[in-house]
Design a protein around this ligand. Structure first.
Ligand SMILES: C[S@@+](CC[C@H](N)C(=O)[O-])C[C@H]1O[C@@H](n2cnc3c(N)ncnc32)[C@H](O)[C@@H]1O
Length: 297
C-alpha cells in the first residue's frame, strides 16, 4: 500500500451521508487507493461494495487493501459510466464518486500528471488508451489548444500560451512535463501568484486526455440509475467546472416532473480546518449529495 497512499477526503462526511449498514449495498466508482471503500466496508460486518477505477495501478492497490473483505466486494477496472453494465440498476443504497486524480497519480513522475516532477508528458489514467498529453501538445492546432485551455482550465492567458506552444514546437518536440512547465513559466512569469502558472494548462490537458467532462456527464445518470428509491449519490469535486456539471445534473433531476432525484442539502459540504491542516490537497473538495426519489423504479 505504501506506494499508493491517498488520504480519503471528507471521509466522516461521506460515511455520515451514505450511512453504510448491515446487508447494505454500496458502490465506489473511483476507488483510487480505496480509503473510502475500506472505511465503507469496515462500517458493517455484512455490507457489500462494488468498486471500479479506470487506472490499473489503482485497481491493484484496491485489491490488495481490500483483501480482508474480498468475500463481500467486487472490484473491476473500468469507468464509472460503465457501472450499469455489471451492477443491477435500482439495487444499491449509495454511490460515491470522488473525482479527479489520486495522490499517487500526481506524485509518480512517470505518470506525467505533474509539473512539480519531471516525467513523460503522459497524463493517461488508463494506460490502455492511445491519446497522451504529448500528442495533444505536439499536434493540436492553435485555436483548439487555446479553447481547450480556456474551457477546461479557465486559463485567462489561453491564447498567449497556445500561441507560444505552437511557436516553440516548430523547433522542439515536447516530451516531458518539465519542458512544458518551463515554457509556460517563461511565457507567463509567476510574479508572486500562489498558483504555479502551469496549473490550469495541466488541468485542462489532463481533463481532455481523460475525457473527464464526457465521462462525468455520462457517469452521473449511470450512477444514479444504480440507486434504489431513497438511495444516495455522493459526488466530491475539486474544481468549478466539475462542480457546475454536478449542480446542473442535480438541479435538472430535482426539477423534472416527477423529480427523479432531490438534493439532500442545498449547501455544498467542504472540509473543515482540522482536515485542511492534515491534508492540504483537500482544500478545493466540495461534496454534493443527491437522493433518489421514492417511487422511482
Ligand atoms: C481522488 S481519487 C479517489 C480516491 C479514493 N476515494 C481513495 O479513498 O483513495 C480519483 C480516482 O478516480 C479515478 N477516476 C477518475 N475518473 C474516473 C472514471 N470516469 N471512472 C473510473 N475511475 C475514474 C482515478 O483514476 C483515481 O484513481
Amino acid at each position: 500500500m505504501s506506494n499508493f497512499a491517498h488520504k480519503p477526503v471528507l471521509l466522516a462526511e461521506v460515511l455520515a451521508t451514505l450511512g453504510p449498514s448491515e446487508g447494505g449495498r454500496m458502490v465506489d466508482g473511483t476507488l483510487g487507493g480505496a480509503g473510502h471503500a475500506e472505511a465503507i466496508l469496515q462500517a458493517s460486518q455484512s455490507g457489500w461494495l462494488g468498486g471500479c477505477d479506470r487506472d490499473g495501478a489503482a485497481i491493484g492497490a484496491a485489491l490488495s487493501r481490500l483483501k480482508p473483505y474480498a468475500h463481500r466486494c467486487d472490484l473491476r477496472r473500468g469507468t464509472f459510466a460503465e457501472l450499469p453494465e455489471w451492477i443491477e440498476p435500482g439495487s444499491v443504497d449509495g454511490v460515491l464518486l470522488d473525482l479527479g486524480v489520486s495522490s499517487p497519480q500526481l506524485d509518480h513522475p512517470e505518470r506525467g500528471f505533474s509539473f512539480q516532477h519531471d516525467g513523460p508528458l503522459d497524463m493517461r489514467m488508463d494506460d490502455r488508451q492511445n491519446l497522451t498529453a504529448a500528442e495533444v501538445v505536439n499536434t493540436m492546432d492553435e485555436p483548439r489548444l487555446s479553447s481547450l485551455f480556456w474551457e477546461l482550465g479557465e486559463e485567462r492567458e489561453s491564447r498567449k500560451l497556445a500561441r507560444g506552444i505552437v511557436r516553440e514546437r516548430q523547433s522542439q518536440h515536447f516530451a516531458t512535463t518539465g519542458e512544458l512547465a518551463s515554457l509556460i513559466e517563461r511565457l507567463s512569469p509567476r510574479r508572486g501568484r500562489r498558483l504555479h502558472p502551469a496549473t490550469r494548462v495541466f488541468q485542462a490537458l489532463r481533463m481532455y486526455v481523460n475525457d473527464e467532462v464526457g465521462l462525468l456527464e455520462r457517469g452521473l445518470p449511470a450512477a444514479a440509475s444504480l440507486l434504489r428509491p431513497g438511495g444516495r449519490l455522493a459526488v466530491i469535486t475539486f474544481h468549478s467546472l466539475e462542480g457546475r456539471i454536478v449542480k446542473a445534473f442535480g438541479d435538472a433531476a430535482s426539477k423534472a416532473s416527477p423529480p427523479t432525484l432531490g438534493w439532500v442539502r442545498r449547501k455544498v459540504i467542504q472540509p473543515g480546518d482540522a482536515e485542511l491542516d492534515e491534508n492540504p490537497r483537500a482544500r478545493s473538495a466540495c461534496l454534493r449529495v443527491l437522493q433518489k426519489s421514492q417511487g422511482e423504479p
